[in-house]
Design a protein around this ligand. Structure first.
Ligand SMILES: Cc1ncc(COP(=O)(O)O)c(C=O)c1O
Length: 393
């Protein structure tokens, strides 16, 4: 990110999320064109960032949506997604949320348990509808990522495990208002070790064969999201390598003729276009540590506190000599520290600090703890370039 910020930026209220629209559009176009080449279908994981302007850009490019709540379905529809391209996952769908899905004739309910299948069947029957469903399979694959964003091990709450498949088939004979059309998988997020995806493919192949041998001609396979991004050097890798990612599935998945392959990318689409911009409130010089206290906190970006996640931190205002600081927020929690021992140019009150790669699981996870305000957002195409040189990323 360009470190020069003009005086005009001083008028902007921080903390706020800044989104680079050009980068978002380029990322969306790259992912879509690489998917189109192979006939793959993309459902953007709305949970990563549900800012309406971001959703509109993504859906205008032809993405479907992967939703995990009734409100995400409603927001996605408002922002232009085709309801026939909405998948609905989540272990705890309420009756109201299931009805929202049924009323919008979504593509599939990704069912995470047999009791959930029974409930969707009951609600579909009440509406005189048949619900198209996927079985979300827990493939017992280690995503080799942080334990809180690992979802595909047998001890995780997500999905239905292989030992319950016979019961699922028995249930499907009784539940006349469900139509099984797909198998769904999602083993975790921020996956950097591509061998994980190879293992997912091998598990998908055996489950796909298992259902085929029992007479299910499933039209769709959905392998979820999970592709990681470069948090350490975002300017080197602003757009994830979608071509190589899709090639793994092309080379390792054995789809049956006519089967369509779906993905649910979230982070890989939106993370790099967003930065959390904050101002320095105080610089505390200690005996062993120097602290930069900024006006953004874990309420604005919880990833470092929740997952020990790393975000590259930049001082946009200073060209001074390098010093080492802990960069912390104002919240009354010791976990409210964005990073320790960060090398920054000499920093003073009023400097602008950017926390990079914050477009995914940032704004959307903001809370009002300590009764703080929810951060605002600004898009690069809304600020005249002369007023804000941050535009020139
Ligand atoms: C079911 C499902 N699909 C897709 C995603 C998106 O994952 P990512 O943002 O890592 O691409 C998630 C995220 O946790 C998920 O739970």
């Amino acid at each position: 990110m360009n470190r020069t910020v003009t005086e005009k930026l001083a008028g902007i209220i921080t903390p706020l999320y800044y989104y680079d629209v050009d980068l978002l559009k380029k990322t969306v176009e790259t992912a879509k064109s690489e998917a189109d080449k192979r006939g793959y279908i993309l459902h953007y994981a709305t949970k990563a960032n549900a800012n309406p302007k971001i959703l509109k850009i993504i859906f205008a490019a032809g993405f479907g949506a992967d939703c995990v709540s009734g409100n995400e379905i409603l927001r996605s529809v408002e922002c232009g997604v085709a309801p026939a391209l909405i998948t609905f996952a989540g272990v705890g769908k309420t009756d109201t949320e299931i009805n929202t899905g049924l009323d919008n004739d979504i593509f599939t309910f990704n069912c995470e348990s047999i009791p959930e299948m029974e409930n969707i069947d009951r609600l579909a029957e009440a509406k005189g509808k048949t619900a198209d469903i996927s079985i979300r399979i827990n493939p017992d694959v280690d995503a080799k990522t942080h334990e809180y964003i690992s979802t595909g091990k047998k001890e995780n709450k997500f999905g239905i495990s292989a030992w319950d498949f016979e019961k699922v088939i028995e249930k499907l004979k009784i539940l006349k208002n469900l139509n099984l059309i797909s198998l769904h998988f999602h083993v975790g997020s921020q996956i950097m070790d591509t061998s994980v995806f190879v293992e997912v493919c091998s598990r998908v192949n055996s489950f796909n064969q298992w259902f085929k041998e029992r007479g299910f001609d499933l039209e769709h396979i959905n392998v979820g999201g999970g592709l990681g991004i470069d948090y350490h050097t975002p300017d080197k890798n602003p757009i994830p390598d979608f071509a190589s990612y899709f090639a793994i599935f092309e080379q390792n998945l054995k789809l049956y003729p006519g089967q369509k392959l779906h993905f649910e990318p979230g982070r890989s689409i939106v993370a790099q276009c967003g930065s959390l911009i904050s101002r320095v409130l105080y610089v505390k010089e200690g005996k062993t540590k120097n602290f930069v206290i900024v006006d953004a906190g874990m309420t604005d970006l919880i990833r470092p506190a929740l997952y020990h996640a790393h975000h590259h931190i930049e001082n946009l205002s200073s060209n001074g000599a390098q010093k080492i600081y802990d960069v912390a927020g104002p919240i009354c929690e010791s976990a409210d520290c964005f990073d320790r021992d960060v090398h920054l140019p000499e920093t003073k009150r009023g400097d602008f600090i950017a926390l990079r790669s914050a477009g995914a699981y940032g704004e959307v996870m903001a809370s009002q703890y300590n009764l703080r305000a929810i951060p605002g957002s600004v898009f690069s195409d809304e600020i005249p370039v002369k007023e804000c040189e941050i535009n020139k990323i």
